[in-house]
Design a protein around this ligand. Structure first.
Ligand code: HAM
Length: 414
């Protein structure tokens, strides 16, 4: 047997997935976001430059195309959206767009973590207003709580300041790490010299405790502009009645962030508890080739993690019901063509129908009609064929009646 690639999934029932995507699209369009599609194949350089060569995604998790390592499967869509903004010469800002589709990261698979997964990626390119960050966060909170009916999740936020703030903070942090060099793990010792802010992502409990309780906090090292913006963001969220927790060790795994960063997390997801993450980024548009920076903000929602959360509450959701199906049963092979024509006629009028075309006994075709959950069995034998009629059996009540074939559509539409 040929098995699927590790870390990928077959989705055999996509009712819930479609529900998430449709609700999200509807909601984003109400907030005046337009849907775009960007390629799955992108130049590897795009992610090296934007996410950062020292990030786990670029260093260890990229799917490079064999034979042309300059092309890769995208690990995320923010850099692609920034590229599309520049390459298509978009002039009207803020450019409010979203896209959804598969992303690829060669990670160790576990619950909620896949090598091929799906994101809805939402971006506002060309906006300096910190109020936009509050609006994006409020929009996501409304999507999760109202449109998708989640009730157990938390919003974590932090503020990484501007470039200058972070450079000054890194000096402080390095001093702190050097003072505690014998207490930190080997990976943090390496990160101290390669990508120092990522020490805050350490999974080691002892290190985490040390950073949470004793390490310097970036929000206490902000310049006056950033400090005002950080205050404004918190005030706006409070005004909009969004509950949040400030998590000073939240830095996010991609290098392009500055100022606002946030994550929505749920206790029901296990170790991979973030189902949405985002923040502000200013240099990305310039990094991918524009002459000027564009202050921007965005987020991506992990669709598989939403699915895990929604599976538990799906009975409460207004999931669309599949249309009632009519089973058309030719009693003998000679009635097969008319049965197929009747099915075509019903489908033409928007009535779902399936012809039982396997030449079988009437009994087994009726059993099959039952198995597919047919609303009616529409039986056509030699007598019905001759009279241009059909016997219609209600599969719930067992009631049966004969109808002209021309009356079927009207009867079933009732
Ligand atoms: P990210 O935090 O790397 O951010 O991913 C966003 C979300 O995608 C995560 O919170 C998680 O739910 C989901 N996700 C990530 N990796 C996996 C995986 N291997 N398996 C399943 N789900 C996963 C970004 O990608 C940024 N582009 C977000 C952003 C948009 N920032 C600004 N704009």
């Amino acid at each position: 047997m040929i098995k699927r690639v590790t870390g990928t999934q077959d989705f055999l029932d996509i009712t819930l997935l479609n529900f998430i995507i449709e609700q999200t699209k509807k909601y984003l369009k109400l907030h005046h976001f337009s849907e775009i599609i960007v390629p799955i194949l992108e130049p590897t350089e795009l992610f090296k430059r934007s996410l950062g060569v020292e990030t786990d995604v670029v260093k260890k998790e990229m799917y490079l195309i064999s034979g042309d390592e300059n092309i890769c499967l995208r690990p995320e869509a923010t850099a692609s959206t920034a590229r599309a903004f520049v390459e298509n010469g978009i002039q009207t800002t803020p450019w409010k767009v979203f896209t959804w589709g598969p992303m690829f990261r060669h990670e160790r698979p576990q619950k909620g973590r896949y090598r091929q997964f799906h994101q809805v990626s939402i971006e506002v390119i060309g906006t300096n207003a910190i109020a936009q960050d509050a609006e994006v966060i409020a929009l996501l909170d409304g999507l999760f709580s109202k449109m998708l009916a989640f009730d157990s999740y938390a919003l974590l936020i932090n503020f990484l300041g501007c470039h200058e703030d972070r450079e000054a903070f890194k000096v402080e942090l390095r001093k702190f790490l050097e003072t505690h060099i014998n207490e930190i793990c080997d990976q943090c010792k390496v990160r101290k010299d390669t990508n120092i802010m990522r020490v805050f992502d350490c999974k080691n409990e002892k290190d985490k405790e040390l950073y949470a309780t004793q390490a310097p906090k970036i929000i206490q090292h902000l310049c006056s502009v950033c400090s005002t913006e950080w205050q404004e963001l918190q005030e706006l969220l409070e005004l909009l009645s969004i509950s949040f927790h400030v998590q000073p060790t939240l830095v996010r795994g991609l290098d392009y962030y500055q100022k606002t960063v946030f994550e929505f997390v749920s206790g029901n997801l296990g170790a991979q508890n973030a189902f949405c993450g985002g923040g502000r980024y200013h240099q990305l548009v310039k990094i991918v080739g524009a002459r000027e920076d564009q202050p921007s903000v965005g987020a991506a929602i992990g669709v598989e993690r939403l699915l895990l959360m929604l599976e538990a509450i799906k009975d409460r959701l207004p999931l669309p019901q599949p249309p009632a199906i009519q089973a058309i049963i030719p009693v003998e092979p000679a009635q097969k063509p008319i049965a197929m024509l009747v099915a075509q006629e019903l489908i033409k009028h928007g009535i779902a129908a399936q012809t039982m075309i396997e030449s079988d006994s009437l009994k087994s075709m009726m059993r099959q009609a039952n198995r597919i959950g047919a609303q009616h069995a529409i039986i056509i034998g030699p007598e019905e064929l001759a009279k241009k009629e059909a016997r219609v059996k209600n599969m719930t009540t067992g009631e049966e009646q004969s109808l002209k074939q021309t009356e079927l559509v009207q009867f079933l539409m009732k």
